[in-house]
Design a protein around this ligand. Sequence first.
Ligand code: FE2
Length: 437
Amino acid sequence: MIREKNMKVINATLRKKTGLFTISYHNGVIDAIEPQAGLLILEGADVIDAKQQLLMSPLVDPHIHLDAVLTAGEPEWNMSGTLFEGIERWAQRKSSITFEDTKQRAKQTIDMLVAHGIQHVRTHVDITDPQLTGLQAMFEVKNEVKDVVNLQIVAFPQEGIESFKNGRELLEKALQMGADVVGGIPHFEYTRDKGVSSVHYLMDLAEKYNVLVDVHCDEIDDPNSRFLEVLADEALVRNMGERVTASHTTAMGSYDNAYCYKLFRLLKRSKINFISCPTESIHLQGRFDSYPKRRGLTRVAEIDRAGMNICFAQDSIRDPWYPVGNGNILRILDAGLHICHMLGYEDLQHCLDLISDNSAKTMCLGDQYGIEVGKPASFILFNAKNDYEVVANQAKAVLSVRHGNIIMQRQEDQVQLLSVNTPAQRDVATTRLAIGV
Ligand code: FE2
């Protein structure tokens, strides 16, 4: 449904620009972005006053498992906290999933994502299931939520391509059914050789079906897990790098610097994208260490500073791998910046890239994404003015507009400081809390 009325947002602050702007849109498309000489005072049903706060492209979650969400503890909790026990617990739960159960949990979670300003989501769906129940359910979900979220579906072989019975056939069938992206998990295959052949096979399928690639790659603390070089080399040789993503690559946090120096040369040439899931990785990795205990993340800051494309994602919400989460990807950004030593001045100036522009590039969203004339009138408003304030204030998206339609509005928190002495002081303190200063 496209809104036909002429609408405008006034007094908006835009990322990486100075001054205030008016953004006009019609039929769900932006038709003008005009700088203002000063503050505008306008009212009416066709005007949204941004009150000098930040207007930006919708947030993106480029890596989540919507088929597994909200299953933590069913039938058993992951007591070791390891990735491998998570896969075992999920295999137990998978035997009881149904079409409706998957749809209900996925849609409940999408509501949580939309409530936090997310409009683009890439979900992995486990296809190591002879019935492909979760995949079929996710196709229906994708269609039913299209007015609020653009959903990309990854055919993800959770239990392996070469190490699971009929793994190759199931992966190809999932692509024939319409999955948008082909996945893999080479570090989970039984042998190094099977891991390598799984990467060759999934890249062959990507070319055959003209789909994107997103591989769970080296999600382990093992410094000898080196499937990333195989994936990057395949992407380079086939000239597919911008359509290929390496998720996790946590082993890179354990590689020695000499190998990593050589590896970066290949990674840069390949042009592949990277996704880090910082809360998930710091929870699952480092589990076999005593002290010092590794953080278990890839080299996020180094990849970013080398000019390669990297973004953050949630991965899980209350499932066998990660028992908490609420859909708020700003919580992931906050944690990621801390864990990756990225709270320096320069990083804080553009840190929202890690959950917006960089993620959109990873998902190959192209003309679907960005605040520009001719692009969809899809944007969010924050209760903060810039990237730094969003993180420092733990701000939240207060409005989400998609193709011209308002799909989410949030009332700001009101807090009263009862210990403040006079009513006048109390009013000032309450107002300042409401705007997050
Ligand atoms: Fe994942």
